[in-house]
Design a protein around this ligand. Structure first.
Ligand code: NAG
Ligand code: NAG
Ligand code: NAG
Ligand code: NAG
Ligand code: NAG
Ligand code: NAG
Ligand code: NAG
Length: 419
């Protein structure tokens, strides 16, 4: 099937980046309650956007205009169910892993707020679509909440959720927005973590495919761009190596946010990454074999990346920045494009990195029609052996590449998204 090349830029806006900084997004002002706006008042004013900034895609004085881009270039805005919907336990939805974590882990969000009270997109989706159109944008990326579609382990679909997303999708399309729909944004239902340890267990792959199948069948007649996972590479490390995202597992001594009671930072991120990759491959395989021809859509994944520039031109720093890239982006992109992990990961993580069977490798190989890349910042990278210098008696995904970043290790700077 011939496909046009697609270029798109999506604006996340600042505060939708990380719940640790503020769970409340300012990307959609009408969705944000007055209380939320007051809570955000700690933000430096230099980072605040004025009303004028919301009225145009290219505010006066930026030196850029729409006509600098091809007419089919897409400009869009993003919401995710977990950060923007609100309506936490409304219409049958159950808690997702972030809902659970933000309630129970002190410091999970700076101001103690929980995702469910941050946005109001569940009720104000139509106004939000108007805002996107009003900015001069022509695309919109949203996500579906797994914990609405399957709120419990009964296997019964919540029809109220299906009806809700039907309305949201129809409204966005009616307004002329090119729609991208993500199935997972770190927001699988809490019962999945609670009953079988979530993506540490292969059962996660089967449950994700069941959920994806339900979404393809219900919405695929209208959704032309599906995204399986959003930033799974970011999540597997933050959630299973350094206790920064739910479920907050890590090796004792590695944690950044309070004590870890359980976990293994040297193996669990790789196990989780492996299962997320397999879940992606199985969902794509299902879409391609059962839906793609009749629904004429495409499917991809969104990965998180930072650019690593070698600090010096020594061969060791050049190799270290390549390894840092391999461990962050290549970890997922190499299997998806070539069917196997990068050679440097196999060498540096050794047998802690799982292997793909030949059948799994074949399913992964070429399993995207398009790639989403979230790139927010860049670092200088240099060779540094944490195991020799600082952590002689442990293993950790973030330490394995033996690459550090200027002033800070990759390890500790992983929390400084937009500093
Ligand atoms: C931006 O430029 C437009 C057209 O030049 C002008 O009409 C508008 O008033 C300007 N807006 C601001 C906020 O300066
Ligand atoms: C599980 O979810 C389904 C679908 O929403 C619902 O019909 C059912 O009542 C729920 N079961 C329990 C025990 O809450
Ligand atoms: C994975 O989950 C299933 C339930 O779906 C359970 O029977 C099995 O013991 C779990 N495996 C591990 C390794 O926890
Ligand atoms: C399939 O989608 C492409 C855009 O991806 C569009 O150009 C084409 O007209 C569609 N074909 C049908 C039969 O809908
Ligand atoms: C490394 O080499 C490139 C190409 O020769 C050069 O552009 C760059 O400035 C050098 N970087 C450093 C840090 O010396
Ligand atoms: C991936 O697919 C390409 C082209 O289809 C093929 O040449 C390559 O051998 C495959 N790789 C693996 C690991 O199967
Ligand atoms: C690492 O383990 C060795 C051997 O058990 C021990 O002698 C050493 O003190 C440990 N180092 C640290 C930093 O804990």
């Amino acid at each position: 099937m011939g496909r046009r090349v697609l270029y798109a830029v999506f604006f996340l806006f600042r505060a939708s980046l990380l719940l640790h900084q503020s769970c409340c997004s300012r990307s959609f002002r009408t969705s944000t309650s007055e209380a939320t706006r007051r809570r955000n008042s700690w933000m430096p004013t230099s980072l605040s956007l004025s009303d004028d900034d919301y009225s145009s895609l290219f505010p006066n004085g930026t030196g850029v205009s729409r006509s600098d881009f091809p007419s089919d270039f897409l400009f869009g805005a993003i919401t995710s169910a977990m950060k923007h919907e609100g309506a936490e336990l409304v219409d049958g939805k159950s808690l997702n892993i972030w809902d659970q974590y933000a309630r129970n882990v002190r410091g999970a969000s700076l101001d103690g707020s929980i995702p469910g009270e941050c946005g109001d997109n569940y009720y104000q989706y139509s106004e939000d679509h108007d805002l996107v159109v009003g900015l001069g944008m022509n695309a919109y990326r949203m996500s579906i909440a797994w914990s609405r579609i399957y709120p419990n382990s009964s296997g019964v679909v919540n029809q109220i959720a299906i009806e809700h997303y039907n309305k949201v999708i129809d409204d966005a399309l009616d307004k002329g927005l090119e729609l991208f729909v993500t199935l997972w944004t770190q927001d699988h239902p809490h019962y999945i973590d609670n009953t079988y340890m979530g993506p540490l267990n292969y059962t996660f792959v089967e449950d994700f495919v069941t959920y994806a199948n339900t979404c393809f069948a219900a919405f695929g007649d209208r959704v032309k761009y599906w995204i399986t996972f959003d930033e799974p590479n970011d999540y597997a490390g933050l959630a299973y190596a350094t206790n920064q995202n739910p479920p907050g597992r890590c090796t004792s001594g590695i944690e950044n946010y309070g004590k870890c009671w359980e976990g293994d930072s040297g193996t669990e991120p790789y196990t989780v990454g492996h299962h997320l990759l397999l879940a992606h491959a199985e969902a794509v395989n299902l879409y391609r074999t059962s839906y793609q021809e009749s629904q004429n859509g495409s499917i991809g994944i969104t990965l998180w990346h930072r650019w690593f520039e070698p600090l010096t031109n020594t061969s060791s720093d050049l190799a270290a920045s390549q390894r840092a890239t391999d461990f962050l982006l290549g970890w997922f992109l190499d299997p998806i494009l070539y069917g196997d992990y990068p050679a440097s990961m196999k060498e540096y993580a050794g047998d802690r990195l799982p292997e793909f069977s030949s059948e799994e490798s074949a399913k992964l190989n070429g399993s995207i029609d398009f790639l989403g890349l979230n790139v927010i910042t860049a670092f200088y990278a240099y060779e540094y052996d944490f195991y020799e210098e600082d952590y002689p008696n442990t293993t950790c995904y973030y330490l394995d590449p033996k690459a550090a970043m200027t002033g800070k290790s990759w390890f500790s700077s992983s929390i400084l998204l937009d500093s």
